[in-house]
Write a protein that binds this ligand. Structure first.
Ligand code: FMN
Length: 386
């Protein structure tokens, strides 16, 4: 019977949701405060510059084991999210076919986590991963079955992570996938565990072809005394390229980027064009010392290679100026960076930990799918777009 339900769901998702794909924004609000600055992740990041002999040349690890409650910021914004990848165990991540639509999201970071990290970058809020006591199966059908059972029973899965001081937060960004046309039942567990009265809630949803379905109305029922802001919904296959849309949504809610909010004379971002196999990738280059010195070198022909299935890297003939740059950077998918010890550009196509000597240069605005499609080495031309 459950298998039948799963099949029906898949068919419905395919038929119904083709009309709902893409990034959608539009509903509710929020607020609140809390916990740790890094989410709990269940797997060890794979990308380490292991061929480095000098430890000072290796990217440093952030503390992935930090307790979820150990909040070390005074932010009044909490970014709480539930994602399957943090709520399952994958014995052999390398055996997962990331192209298989049914299994992609068991690998960290999950879709909701990716969006959460962009919100963190913009707002400086505290990340909090909602994790159930009893992990879900990493098998899609089994996970579907349990989720269906929990929905049918109106269950409240016990949570193992807890926000220590919810009072701290005025605004709570709340992220989750659409599960069976509604929220994972752990979201109800979370919403019932704290008092959200007077707080602003900002939902962000990732989904298959089913869109937001009844997710927003269902969380609103748990939040009678909160203001729920306009949500954003991001279609699963478009998550990796959705950062500009997420940032536009944040802009629309008033969470503006300090840099872009400044006057144009202070913000000298420039557009670059990267051409590979006749296809164009659009890049915004920031107004920073390292980015400015890269700009002066253009145009450049660059040979990219893969590094640890996380980033594409290309070595520069001469170093960039990095005086005045921060000591470290926490890269996301789509970030263009410079790794000082090796003198290489990096385009991250997977999220990675905060890394020493990594300098942010810019971001991919469009064409990330072209990078993702590059399986071997490739040569690009990088030039000014103006
Ligand atoms: C148990 C389960 C139920 C799902 N139900 C739906 C659904 O009803 N409608 C839909 O559009 N997507 C559904 N999906 C797809 C997820 O919403 C989508 O893959 C999402 O991007 C996953 O986000 P995550 O990586 O943060 O977990 C379901 C996925 C799972 C695992």
């Amino acid at each position: 019977m459950k298998k039948c339900l799963a099949i029906i769901l898949s068919v419905c998702m395919t038929i119904t949701l083709t009309a709902c794909n893409g990034v959608q924004s539009g509903q509710s609000s929020i607020n609140s405060s809390v916990a740790e600055s890094k989410p709990q992740h269940t797997e060890t990041p794979s990308s380490e510059r292991s061929n480095e002999s000098s430890s000072e040349q290796s990217k440093s690890e952030s503390d992935n084991s930090a307790p979820v409650q150990a909040n070390d910021t005074d932010s009044n914004i909490l970014i709480a999210y539930f994602t399957w990848a943090d709520n399952t165990k994958v014995d052999d991540p390398s055996a997962i076919d990331v192209d298989a639509s049914t299994s992609a999201s068991v690998l960290v970071p999950g879709n909701a986590a990716k969006i959460a990290s962009w919100i963190e970058k913009r707002t400086g809020g505290d990340l909090f991963s909602i994790i159930v006591d009893e992990p879900y199966s990493s098998d899609y059908d089994e996970c579907l079955d349990r989720a269906a059972d929990e929905k049918a029973a109106n269950a409240r899965p016990t949570l193992k992570t807890r926000v220590e001081d919810m009072e701290q937060y005025d605004t709570v960004f709340l992220g989750f996938p659409n599960w069976w046309y509604t929220v994972p039942m752990a979201i109800h567990s979370f919403l019932e565990e704290y008092d959200f009265s007077g707080k602003t809630i900002v939902p962000f949803v990732t989904h298959g072809t089913g869109g937001l379905a009844s997710t927003i109305q269902d969380i609103k029922a748990d939040l009678p005394n909160s203001e729920v802001l306009e949500p954003i919904g991001v279609y699963r296959p478009e998550v990796d390229s959705s950062r500009p849309a997420v940032e536009a949504w944040l802009d629309s809610l008033g969470y503006t980027d300090d840099k872009s909010a400044n006057s144009e004379t202070e913000n000298n971002e420039r557009k670059l064009k990267m051409t590979v196999d006749g296809q164009e990738i659009a890049i915004t280059l920031y107004d920073t010392p390292a980015a400015n010195s890269l700009y002066e070198m253009l145009p450049l022909d660059l040979d990219f290679e893969d590094f640890n299935s996380v980033e594409k890297i290309a070595y520069l003939d001469s170093p960039l100026i990095t005086e005045g740059e921060p000591d470290s950077f926490d890269p996301d998918v789509g970030d263009l960076c410079y790794y000082v010890p090796w003198g290489n550009l990096s385009i991250f196509y997977k999220d990675f930990r905060n890394s020493n000597s990594l300098v942010s240069l810019g971001r991919i605005d469009s064409g990330m799918e072209i990078i993702l499609g590059m399986t071997g080495d490739f040569t690009v031309t990088l030039e000014r777009a103006e």
